[in-house]
Design a protein around this ligand. Sequence first.
Ligand SMILES: Nc1ncnc2c1ncn2[C@@H]1O[C@H](COP(=O)(O)OP(=O)(O)OP(=O)(O)O)[C@@H](O)[C@H]1O
Ligand SMILES: [Mg+2]
Length: 383
Amino acid sequence: MSTSNELISEKAATGIEGLDDILSGGLSRSHLFLLEGEPGTGKTTVALHFLQAGAKNGETSLYITLSETERELRQGAKSHGWDLDDNIHIFELTPPESLLNAEHQQSLLYSSDLELGEATRQIFEAVEHFKPTRVVLDSLSEIRLLAQSSLRYRRQILAIKHYFVRYDATVLLLDDLTTESLDKTVHSVAHGVIRLEELTPNYGAERRRVRVVKYRGQKYRGGFHDFTIMGDGVHVFPRLVAAEHRGGYNRQTLSSGIAEMDALLGGGVETGSSSLILGPAGTGKSLISMIFAAAAVGRGEKAALFIFDEELGLLFERMNNMGIDLEALQATGNLLIEQVDAAELSPGEFSHRVRRCVDKLGIKTVVIDSINGYQHRCRKKMR
Ligand SMILES: Nc1ncnc2c1ncn2[C@@H]1O[C@H](COP(=O)(O)OP(=O)(O)OP(=O)(O)O)[C@@H](O)[C@H]1O
Ligand SMILES: [Mg+2]
């Protein structure tokens, strides 16, 4: 019987915290995985995270590139501030002379059969030379082109799979889905399939999401999860599942600090509850919520304000006029104020931020002003 610790070490972490969470720890070692997504969705960046996570463990890895040049790949890594470790080898599979040379293109000698055989031979040679435990093959569309027929393509993928199994390598095949046919060959051969997508709303930043399509013999977090590609790499925000966070807590009634309001609310608001403050513009919704946040800070607790609609300077001034000095509360370190741009932030990233405040910073009172701003982001039309 294996312990859960042993099970964890059987996984090759991708090095992206949120993705490892979705995948229950990472990719099963010595298996073949497919990472698919249209061009520009972030496959290469995710793959580079995966190889760097291996390098951190002292593992040797190999990036076989048929689409990008080594220079492009290194430049891409540099744009994230990554200097690829010596343990990460890049093998650029250049097109055979035949494709560059018009004379040879007409020669019978360079049929696609030979090219496919030659490409596979070079890949296997590189693997034998570097003996990597992590391999990335970028991308399958080139192999598909060389194979020409789906039968030969399937046979080739199977050959690659069996070859890597012998070498105990964890393999990530990248597919940019540029070929017309909806070929599911690799889906059935791969141990797991991860799909990256990019959606473009009518207004605002692009929205990226990831989904685990399959993962043999492994429970994973299903459905779509938002992710971003930033200067420092990929960040995945696992979907929040309410059932995972049901726990007991100390029930209390929290005072607003204003006797009349507390009387109206039967003593105040309860811990663990969510209150919705409704009303037309200008009726004091923001003010009431700030009163509760200020009361929390007054009790020595931590609170956070997520401001969607208002410019912070204006909010500070308005609240000051009503006797709440938000800047002074912020200066105590117990009030976190974040301006949120609904057009730039995905719902997944927002809930991740709120969750981090509660989990990591110990914040007990959260104000979202307003929920319309948040809702607007969630409902944004996609095309
Ligand atoms: N330094 C960076 N900072 C922020 N975003 C970046 C940075 N570098 C790349 N990106 C984003 O990542 C996207 C490309 O990611 P990546 O190269 O991993 O995609 P890909 O799926 O491998 O694409 P292809 O199929 O063309 O190879 C870019 O379109 C860009 O939006
Ligand atoms: Mg790429």
